[in-house]
Structures are given as C-alpha cells and as structure tokens.
Write a protein that binds this ligand. Structure first.
Ligand SMILES: N[C@@H](CCC(=O)N[C@@H](CS)C(=O)NCC(=O)O)C(=O)O
Length: 219
C-alpha cells in the first residue's frame, strides 16, 4: 500500500486530497515539521523531519515523502503528478499534451505564486499584521502576486478548470498553493474567476475529507 510520510498540516495535504479523489488507499506516517516541536533531536521525540530514520529515507528532510512500490519520492508536486499519471482517471492526464500542461501549471504555481502566498499565510497565521513591518511585508508579497494571479484569472475567466475542461491534478496543485493567499481579502477581491474556481475545488468531497483530517490534527 502507498505510504505517505507527513502530517496533514503540511504540503502532504496535496497528496492526501489526491488520494481521496482517486479512491487510493494509503497509510500515513505522521512525520511532523521539526520546527513545530521543541525537542526534535531528543531520542524520544515524535517522528519529525530531523529524525535519523526519516533523513535516511529522504535526506532533504522535508515532508511529504511517499513510498510507492519501492519508489521513494519527495516534492509534493512531483508526487501528485506521479500518482495522477499512474492511477489515471479523469484527474490525471489523458495524453502527453495534457501531461505537459498539468506540469506547466504546477511549476508556475510553485515558482510564481507559492513563495509570496506562503509569506502571506505565515504572517496572517502569526497574527502580527498590526505591526508595520509585517503589514509591509504582506503588502509587498501581495503586490508581487497580482501579475501571476492575473494570468490565472484570465485563464479561468474562459475555462472552468485549468486543463481539459475538467477538474484535474493541475487544479488540485494550484488550488492548494493559492489557498495560502486566500485569507488576504484585498488581494483576492479583484479576481472573481479565481474565487469561484477555488470554491468549486474546495467544495469537492475529497478536499473536505482532507480538510477534516487536517483540522483534527493539533495546531
Ligand atoms: N518543495 C517542497 C517543500 C517541502 C517542505 O518545505 N515541507 C515543509 C512542510 S510543508 C517541511 O517539511 N519543512 C521541514 C521543517 O521545517 O522541518 C514540496 O513541495 O514538497
């Protein structure tokens, strides 16, 4: 059976959401980010991204990692694209052109959107936006996101989904990335097509199943 290393409160959410979409059974090993626990290096620490066993499996020391029939794979977007190709179905590519477009959108999300979206989410979560420094950092990140989000908005204004006219792994990957900036109202307000698409993605039962598991984990 597929093994997913990583707590759901991490980019493992992408892999878990996809497994629910594909009805793919999995075993989850709740490896947690080392920075979230105080005693990551202690011998009795819970499995974390600095645990020797985990580093032996994946020297990059980041979650998620999967073990799939002997294949050990890290990088959440490589994992979701791999599982979508392997297990087919409408969420995966039907030909090389779709595969290329799903890869294109996923890499665009990871490079043009994720870094600034992550900054926005982390500072929102920290709850320190009343500080002028943090508010300034968020404002700059939001400003940089306008251009790539406009690219996404223009595509979604004329297409219900990113590739092939149906929900696919490309939507899942991008929706999880855009979610990081979703809570920043002033940024999202001018992008109605993105907001409608994000709602459609997050209304899916497979997303809801992942989200319930995520909320059930300690913060
Ligand atoms: N590009 C990687 C990033 C992986 C990553 O940074 N994961 C975080 C959790 S979401 C992590 O494991 N951090 C390790 C740590 O902070 O100890 C991916 O998409 O999988």
């Amino acid at each position: 059976m597929l093994t997913i290393h990583g707590v759901t409160r991490s980019r493992a959410s992408r892999v878990i959401w996809l497994c629910h979409e594909l009805d793919l059974p999995f075993r989850q090993v709740p490896v947690i980010q080392a920075y979230r626990i105080g005693n990551a290096d202690a011998p009795d620490a819970s499995p974390n991204t600095r645990s020797p066993d985990f580093l032996a499996l994946s020297p990059a020391g980041a979650i998620p990692v999967i073990e799939d029939e002997g294949l050990v794979l890290s990088e959440s977007l490589a994992i979701t694209l791999h599982l979508a190709r392997k297990h087919g179905g409408p969420a995966g590519p039907q030909d090389y052109a779709e595969d290329a477009l799903m890869t294109q959108w996923s890499i665009y999300g990871a490079t043009a959107i994720e870094p600034d979206a992550l900054t926005i989410m982390m500072l929102h979560n920290r709850g320190t936006l009343q500080s002028a420094d943090d508010a300034g950092i968020v404002a700059e990140a939001a400003e940089r996101l306008v251009r790539p989000l406009k690219v996404l908005e223009d595509h979604l204004a004329t297409h219900a989904y990113l590739v092939g006219g149906r929900f696919t792994v490309a939507d899942l990957n991008l929706a999880e990335i855009v979610r990081y900036a979703q809570g920043h109202g002033p940024l999202m307000e001018p992008f109605p097509a993105i907001r409608a698409w994000l709602s459609a993605c997050q209304d899916r039962p497979a997303f809801q199943a992942m989200w319930a598991a995520r909320l059930a984990e300690p913060e």
